[in-house]
Design a protein around this ligand. Structure first.
Ligand code: MN
Length: 240
């Protein structure tokens, strides 16, 4: 009798384990994450007069939303390929993942990087690190603005923290996913795709960049830097 109950218990536990993890299925395609559009942290008109309500509404509700949809599509197609064991078009869907996933992630950082009644200059640890790595806040600002102005075609200027080098860098990101410094975490990004400014600034990208400094939320950038610093890679040690 005791053995009988023990057997039942083992059967129940093993069937429960099989239900909670699909790894026992021969056609298991792994996880398909359902991504959702991150809400805007302010009202559509909050960044006026520097960024019009119309731009923010289209930029968030249409452009970022399209990257989220493209990312979800890529997740589904990659799972289908794994289930079917058919990797013929894997490079196309992995590129779609990089483009749409990076597009979604950069826009989330970008919208959080801005706030009404913001602008001015950073302080504390962020300012110290900027001075250390760029010489001065003014020198940093000039390099960042020049970087944004000279992106060829569609892309971004990004201030990134590279944990291996423990240093801030400014990089140009082409489209959303190309030309990035490996392992670096973006803490401040500026969108210079035409959709970011054309309705208000037309072809005057330099005016867009100059006005954008008025809405930079330095306290958000500071938080991003301290979060990025929490990842400390293990250093390679030489043993003879
Ligand atoms: Mn954009």
């Amino acid at each position: 009798m005791r053995l009988y109950f023990a057997l039942i218990a083992v059967l129940l536990i093993s069937s429960g384990a099989a239900q909670s993890a699909d790894i026992s299925k021969p056609n298991n395609g792994g996880t398909v994450m359902k991504h959702e559009l991150t809400p805007l942290p302010y009202a559509y008109n909050a960044l006026e007069p520097y960024i019009s309500e119309e731009i923010i509404k289209l930029h968030h509700d249409k452009h970022q939303a399209a990257y989220v949809a493209g990312l979800n599509k890529a997740e589904e197609e990659l799972e289908k390929a794994r289930v079917a064991g058919d990797y013929a078009v894997i490079s196309y869907w992995e590129r779609q993942l990089a483009f749409n996933g990076s597009g979604d992630l950069l826009h989330t950082i970008f919208f959080k990087n801005m706030a009404p009644n913001a602008g001015g200059e950073p302080n504390g640890d962020l300012l110290d690190q900027i001075k250390k790595d760029f010489g001065s806040f003014e020198a940093f600002k000039k390099q960042f603005s020049s970087s944004a102005a000279t992106v060829e075609g569609s892309g971004w200027a990004a201030l990134v923290w590279q944990p291996e080098y423990e240093k801030l860098y400014i990089t140009q990101i082409l489209n959303h996913q190309n030309n990035e410094l490996a392992g670096a975490q973006p803490i401040l990004v500026l969108d210079v795709w035409e959709h970011a400014y054309y309705l208000q600034y037309q072809n005057r990208r330099a005016d867009w960049i100059e006005n954008w400094w008025n809405v930079v939320n330095w306290s958000d950038v500071s938080k991003n830097l301290s979060a990025a610093r929490s990842y400390v890679p293990e250093k390679v040690s030489v043993s003879m």
